[in-house]
Ligand binder design. Structure first.
Ligand code: ATP
Length: 308
C-alpha cells in the first residue's frame, strides 16, 4: 500500500509543479507585444521614407539630453540628466546605491521611455529608431551573467554559432580569457560545468563580455560586479575596459573606483541628477560626493532592481 500511495503523492506534486509552470508560461504569453514605435507612429512614417543614415562619428555614440524619468508618476528617479558617451572611450557612472545608475541603463536599452528629454544614438533621436534598431547598436553585460553547461567556445558563440576561429580568438584576447583557455582541460573545447562552476565570478563575467564583443557593438553597457573581485580579476577587468574602450563606446556602472579611475570621463549621479562630470583628479578636486565615494572606495551597493 505504501508504494502505490507514495507514487500517487509524487504524481500530485508533479502535476502541481506543472500547473505552476503552465500558469507562468500563460502569463508570459499574455504580456503585451512591445510596440515598435510607442507613441511615435508619425515619426516612424517619416523615417520609413527617409534613406538610411550611416552613423556619424562626429556625434557621440550616445547622448542623454535633459532626461527625466520616474517609475511612478510624480516621483522622478532621474531629473534632467545630460551627458554624452563618445565613441571609442570609457564613461563611468558612479553614485550611491539608488542614485539611478541602473535606471539610466534601462532607458538606454529602451525598456522604458523617458518622461521628458531625449536619448540620441549617433545623433539620431531614439524615437526615430525602432527599439530593435537601438538594441542592435548596444550590448549589455549585467551582473547576472549566464554561463550554460557546455564548452567555453559554446558559451562565447551561442548567439553567433558561425563565428570564425579568428573572431573567437580576438574576443578571448580582448576579454583576457587566455589564462582560462590555457587552464581548462581541452582549452576552448573544455567543458565549463553546470552554471560555469569551474570559473570564478570575474571569469564568468568576462565570458559574458567576450560573447557581447563578438557582435562588435557600437556601445557596450557594462554593470561591473558588486561582489568581491580578487586582485587578478580586478586587474583583468580594468585592462579589458581599457581595451574595449579602444573599439567602441563603453558605459560602465562602477561599484569600485579602482577599476574606473582611468575612465575618460566619470559621471557622478546624486539622487537622480548628474551633478558632476570629469576625470578622476578633476572630480576629486571639484565634487564633494565623489570625494566621499572615493574615501569609502564606493562600497558595493545592492543588486540592481531594474527589471524590464
Ligand atoms: P544600485 O547601485 O544599488 O544598483 P542604482 O544607482 O542603480 O542603485 P536604481 O536601481 O536605478 O539605482 O534605482 C533608482 C531608484 O529607482 C531607487 O529608488 C529604486 O528603488 C527605484 N527603482 C529601481 N527599479 C525600479 C522599478 N522597477 N520599479 C520601481 N522603482 C524602481
Amino acid at each position: 500500500l505504501v508504494l502505490p500511495l507514495s507514487s500517487v503523492f509524487n504524481a500530485v506534486g508533479l502535476i502541481q509543479r506543472g500547473m505552476g509552470a503552465y500558469q507562468r508560461i500563460e502569463q508570459a504569453l499574455d504580456l503585451p507585444v512591445e510596440p515598435t514605435h510607442p507613441g511615435h507612429p508619425q515619426v516612424r512614417a517619416r523615417t520609413c521614407e527617409a534613406p538610411p543614415q550611416a552613423p556619424s562619428h562626429e556625434e557621440p555614440a550616445l547622448a542623454l539630453r535633459d532626461l527625466t524619468f520616474g517609475y511612478e508618476p510624480g516621483r522622478p528617479v532621474l531629473s534632467g540628466v545630460t551627458f554624452p558617451v563618445p565613441h571609442r572611450s570609457q564613461t563611468a557612472l558612479v553614485g550611491r546605491s539608488g542614485a539611478g545608475k541602473s535606471t539610466v541603463f534601462a532607458l538606454v536599452a529602451r525598456f522604458y521611455e523617458p518622461d521628458s528629454g531625449v536619448l540620441l544614438f549617433d545623433g539620431r533621436p531614439a524615437t526615430e529608431l525602432t527599439r530593435a534598431e537601438c538594441r542592435e547598436r548596444i550590448a549589455v553585460v549585467d551582473q547576472n551573467t549566464h554561463v550554460v553547461h557546455g564548452t567555453l567556445r559554446d558559451n562565447i558563440t551561442y548567439a553567433a554559432p558561425d563565428a570564425s576561429d579568428a573572431e573567437v580568438r580576438r574576443v578571448i584576447e580582448l576579454a583576457q580569457l587566455d589564462d582560462v583557455v590555457r587552464r581548462l582541460p581541452g582549452g576552448l573545447a573544455g567543458l565549463l560545468g553546470d552554471r560555469g562552476n569551474t570559473l570564478s565570478g570575474g571569469e564568468r563575467q568576462r565570458v559574458a563580455l567576450a560573447r557581447a564583443l563578438l557582435a562588435r557593438p557600437g556601445l557596450l553597457l557594462l554593470d561591473e560586479p558588486t561582489s568581491h573581485l580578487d586582485a587578478i580579476n580586478e586587474t583583468a577587468l580594468t585592462t579589458v575596459m581599457k581595451d574595449v574602450a579602444r573599439e567602441c563606446a563603453l558605459l560602465v556602472i562602477a561599484h569600485r573606483l579602482s577599476t574606473v579611475q582611468h575612465a575618460d570621463q566619470i559621471v557622478v549621479l546624486d539622487d537622480g541628477r548628474a551633478t558632476a562630470r570629469g576625470g578622476h583628479e578633476e572630480l576629486l578636486a571639484g565634487s564633494s560626493l565623489y570625494r566621499e565615494l572615493a574615501a569609502g572606495q564606493m562600497l558595493p551597493g545592492r543588486r540592481p532592481r531594474v527589471n524590464p
